[in-house]
Design a binder for this molecule. Structure first.
Ligand SMILES: NC(=O)c1ccc[n+]([C@@H]2O[C@H](COP(=O)([O-])OP(=O)(O)OC[C@H]3O[C@@H](n4cnc5c(N)ncnc54)[C@H](OP(=O)(O)O)[C@@H]3O)[C@@H](O)[C@H]2O)c1
Length: 309
């Protein structure tokens, strides 16, 4: 587990090639120096052989002693060798230059590819963030356009809201609040709640939900056969109200943005219609106002406003 680490060579292929060529170059230069020494010794030997030892004393070419011609020829060969090593091959030779050029081109191509990928990634990120911003803008503008669908209800401590298709209490300040909040708006209700009114409420657009295909209602009252059509009929209202009763409240709890509830501080055990429980993990209380018992109000109550968390 903690044994010696294997030594990994720290040089790449290009560096290795460079070293090999450098070694080759040193060898070439060494050969030139050795050639020079051999040439000097050889020249001295030729001179001695001819002049001292008398070898080929009478042999001449174009009037010149043979050893002079031999030394000149050898000198020419030596000069050719030197030029070929130091000048013609220049630095590392043509092969090495070609190889280096190829390595360089490959590296450049690799870099271009990386830049392309990076560019593509950045473009994708920009496109994503633009799409995200656009969707945010859309959703925020939708939210601005969207109306605030609100439930308005009065319920006892046990969530009781009615009995025998009527209210169980009479609280005049609660009715005033109901009138002031819903004034000028669309009010959506179930057929039974609608029938609990002596006549339609003034200055409000009534939308009555019923399953009956030929339900007759007074002029100006909109009759629909489902919740979707009710909401559609109220789509131009900035704050349509769901005003009950029990069945309609249950069906609209998941759809509304706000709840205006008057909590009547009494438990009405004889009730037959109830409001659903308000789940405080979904709803947050944003406003409350207490109202105590007085000559006009048999029960104390609290006006509470909830908004979705
Ligand atoms: N305390 C309060 O704030 C408050 C407010 C309002 C009402 N209330 C009380 O609540 C009671 C009435 O409530 P409720 O639950 O009995 O009746 P409701 O909700 O007022 O009306 C129920 C009727 O609505 C229609 N309906 C319901 N869901 C429908 C759907 N999805 N599609 C088509 N039509 C649909 C049906 O009409 P059809 O039978 O014609 O098909 C159904 O019988 C009364 O006691 C009233 O006084 C209390």
């Amino acid at each position: 587990m903690f044994g010696k680490k294997k030594q990994i060579p720290q040089i790449d292929a290009a560096q290795l090639a460079l070293i090999k060529y450098a070694e080759k170059r040193i060898k070439q230069k060494k050969r030139v120096y050795i050639h020079f020494i051999v040439f000097l010794i050889g020249a001295v030997f030729l001179i001695v052989a001819n002049t001292v030892l008398g070898i080929g004393k009478d042999f001449k070419i174009a009037g010149l002693e043979w050893f002079v011609i031999a030394i000149v020829l050898w000198l020419c060969f030596f000069i050719y060798h030197t030029v070929s090593v130091f000048i013609t091959h220049k630095f590392m030779g043509k092969d090495w230059e070609d190889q280096q050029r190829e390595v360089l081109v490959a590296k450049q191509q690799e870099r271009i590819e990386k830049l392309k990928q990076q560019f593509l990634k950045e473009e994708t990120e920009i496109a994503k963030s633009q799409a995200y911003n656009a969707s945010l803008e859309n959703s925020s503008s939708n939210q601005k356009k969207k109306s605030e669908l609100t439930i308005i209800v009065a319920a006892g401590e046990n969530n009781a809201i009615g009995k025998d298709n009527d209210l169980i209490w009479h609280l005049s300040d609660d009715l005033k609040r109901f009138k002031s909040l819903t004034n000028g708006h669309h009010i959506i209700m179930g057929r039974k709640t609608f029938e609990s009114f002596p006549k339609p409420l003034p200055n409000r657009t009534h939308i009555v939900i019923t399953r009956q295909g030929s339900y007759k209602a007074p002029d100006g009252v909109i009759v629909v056969n489902n919740m979707e059509d009710a909401l559609d009929a109220a789509r131009h209202d900035k704050q349509p109200f769901i005003i009950g009763g029990g069945e309609i409240y249950k069906q609209s709890m998941a759809l509304v943005d706000k709840i205006e509830i008057t909590r009547v501080h009494h438990s009405f055990e004889n009730a037959d219609t109830f409001f659903p429980e308000i789940d405080i993990s979904i709803w947050k209380e944003i406003h409350r106002k207490e109202h105590s018992i007085d000559e006009k109000h048999k029960f104390s109550f609290t006006f509470l406003t909830y908004e979705r968390k």
